[in-house]
Design a protein around this ligand. Structure first.
Ligand SMILES: *Cc1c(COP(=O)(O)O)cnc(C)c1O
Length: 383
């Protein structure tokens, strides 16, 4: 009998994503929570994540590119709304409208292109307007937003669903910039009194009711990342990663370890080489800073991270504890994504979105809510 090849195991807990969604809903209420599922749901699988969230009532999904919308729309119920944060490139408007996807219009040209399509189709098209409240990344300036607000023929072509903007420092509770951006966003909202505002990302949800608007957009917190820097993370962990040991060895004082001989043993050591490297999304910057874990025992990474492997110090383990095929933890209970990110000098977003395709992905199934009287009758209607 053939067994499956041994590899790293990336466990993605869809039920934990649902738990996080419900927790965010409880804080944001009465504002609904939209799920940000761009970059394949931060690397975790946009289709599976979106379906799990639809099952518990999420109806709004943000992606970055039209391509990403194309990938998830067929898997979602028709009531789900999908928005494209980066907006549309010239020529994409028809496909977007045909799919029933709602573009975020970030500039005057995108607004004009979308309105032109609407006019040619003989009616309004749904759209989201983004204003730049102080990040200088995407969105209309206040002056541009004002010009659009006062251009009746243009406005008449746009069924504006939301006015959105994005916070640059939402994870920093005390940042002055949050207040400046909120004031600018309020000025923009005053230009579109009939359009609800949608402002907060994960961090913004925790900045207080003023920031939450009529809908919030959460990405990282759904996936277990800390929405706010410093302090305890209120979210439930979603991802764990274990990888197998592929070799162990004893080395003498003076032995060099890894590329560049960048680490040199200052004592006799026992080392293990494990099957994950930068090609799997573990940053090279983890070398000499990160660690693997065996239970609660920390096994420091020594020397540089290679493409397919890295080397850890297991000198302090009882001999024979670790051998060929032993799985050690790189992300999990002892090593949350924010701690891994910090050791690598980056953020949890980058760790998640880079986790590679060589790991065996194991999904912990989402929980479907028990059918209520209502959903049963819907089921019957469909039959
Ligand atoms: C990525 C993104 C989000 C989600 O941010 P998180 O910090 O992951 O919650 C929300 N809004 C916009 C415009 C984004 O680009």
């Amino acid at each position: 009998m053939r067994t499956e090849p041994v590899s790293g195991r990336l466990v993605i807990d869809l039920a934990a994503i649902q738990t996080n969604y419900r927790f965010l809903c409880s804080i944001a209420a009465p504002a609904p929570v939209a799920a940000v599922v761009k970059a394949d749901a931060y690397g975790l699988g946009a289709v599976a994540v979106s379906k799990a969230l639809c099952a518990i009532g999420c109806q709004d999904f943000f992606v970055a590119h039209l391509n990403e919308a194309v990938a998830i729309v067929p898997h979602l119920p028709s009531a789900a709304r999908v928005y494209v944060l980066n907006g549309l490139m010239p020529g994409e408007e028809g496909q977007c409208a045909d799919l029933g996807v709602i573009p975020v219009l970030n500039g005057v040209e995108q607004v004009e292109n979308w309105a032109r399509l609407a006019r040619s189709q003989g009616g309004m098209l749904p759209a989201v307007l983004q204003v730049d409240s102080g990040m200088s990344r995407l969105g209309l300036s206040l002056a541009e937003a004002s010009a659009i607000a006062h251009n009746k023929p243009l406005r008449d072509m746009l069924d504006l669903k939301w006015l959105i903007s994005h916070l640059a420092c939402a994870d920093e509770r005390d940042s002055e910039q949050n207040l400046h951006q909120l004031a600018t966003f309020r000025d923009a909202c005053a230009l579109f009194p009939e359009t609800p505002g949608c402002f907060a990302n994960s961090g913004g949800i925790f900045l207080g009711a003023d920031f939450r608007g009529a809908m919030v957009r959460s990405g990282i917190a759904l996936y277990g990342g800390a929405p706010t820097s410093g302090g305890p993370n209120p979210m439930t962990p979603v991802v764990s990663l274990t990888v197998p040991v592929v070799q162990t060895r004893r080395v003498s004082t003076g032995a060099k370890v890894g590329y560049g001989g960048a680490f040199q043993a200052d004592r006799p050591m026992v080392l293990a080489t494990i099957a994950a490297g930068y090609a799997d999304g573990l940053p090279r910057s983890l070398g000499d800073f990160g660690a693997a874990w065996l239970g609660a025992i920390r096994l420091p990474i020594v020397g540089r991270v290679s493409m397919d492997t890295m080397t850890i110090d297991i000198s302090h383990l009882d001999p024979g504890t670790v051998g060929l095929g032993t799985q050690v933890e790189l992300i999990g209970h002892n090593s949350p994504i924010d701690a891994v990110a910090e050791a690598a000098g980056t953020i949890s977003y980058e760790i998640l979105t880079r986790l590679g395709r060589r790991f065996r992905r194991v999904l912990i199934e989402a929980v479907s809510p028990p059918p209520s009287a209502n959903s049963q009758s819907e089921e019957e209607l469909r039959l």
